[in-house]
Design a protein. Structure first.
Length: 256
């Protein structure tokens, strides 16, 4: 893709137009590309990511402090962690196709660098650093608010899904298993399909770019369905027996 077209697509995706396009190019340049070119005029995104990381923590902390004014410090820290974690940020960066626009060495790209969670997380933060350097704090805050600080409760439930489901299984003495069904695709674009079994029953199958991600999506779907069943049981006065019966019977299999 031509650099000009790539920059335009990126700006459209993030909702910000750079005055100095070099900031965005640097934010999208992996160190492998710099090493491959062996020319001093290229700079990797690492310093931008360092700056963006600090800005991100400040912006999220300030937002939570203001909008969750009755929440104690410990819960605020946990909520912030669920928002700025690698999984959440990489998911957003992937949806924005940052990996498709980033500049990598040939080898890094062939081995899946453009789809690696850690790199996508770095790209989210490096773009934030680039926006700050180009336009100051106002557009930097808008970037975070628009892309990250929407539907916070949903993001927190997603982040906590595996641990919450583990607690649920232990509470109701149910076995919980994640079984890898398949691994397909070239190294740079692997797809993993995992099925989740609760109490020996298959609850769902999910496919994602990593086993960890597939497990997370599966756990989230099951927890969301359990919550709906819990509310339904409560509405009909079934209480805990209704919840337990629902899981034991198996409430259906969700295809990937």
């Amino acid at each position: 893709m031509e650099i000009e077209a790539s920059i335009q697509e990126l700006e459209d995706a993030i909702g910000y137009t750079f005055q100095d396009k070099k900031h965005l190019l640097t934010a999208m340049t992996h160190k492998s590309y710099v090493n491959e070119k062996t020319i001093g005029r290229y700079e990797s995104y690492e310093r931008y990511e360092f700056l963006g990381d600090a800005i991100l923590e400040f912006v999220v902390s300030k937002y939570l402090f203001i909008h969750y004014n009755n929440m104690p410090e410990g819960k605020l820290s946990k909520l912030r962690s669920s928002l700025v974690c690698e999984f959440t940020l990489s998911k957003i960066a992937r949806e924005l196709h940052f990996g498709d626009h980033a500049r990598f060495s040939k080898g890094e790209k062939q081995t899946g660098g453009a789809n690696r969670d850690s790199i996508l997380c770095d790209l989210f933060e490096s773009v934030l650093g680039a926006i700050y350097l180009d336009g100051g704090m106002k557009p930097a805050q808008e970037y975070v608010h628009r892309l990250l600080l929407q539907d916070i409760e949903h993001k927190q439930r997603f982040h906590d899904a595996k641990s919450s489901l583990q607690e649920y299984a232990q509470k109701h003495k149910l076995t919980l298993e994640y079984e890898l069904l398949s691994e397909e695709g070239p190294d740079h674009d692997k797809k993993f399909t995992v099925r989740l079994l609760l109490g020996g029953k298959e609850m769902t199958q999910k496919t994602a770019h990593s086993k960890k991600a597939a497990q997370q999506y599966a756990a989230f779907e099951v927890m969301e369905t359990l919550q709906k069943k819990r509310e339904k049981c409560r509405f009909h006065g079934l209480g805990i027996l209704g919840k337990f019966y629902t899981v034991r019977q198996g409430w259906g299999t969700s295809p990937a």
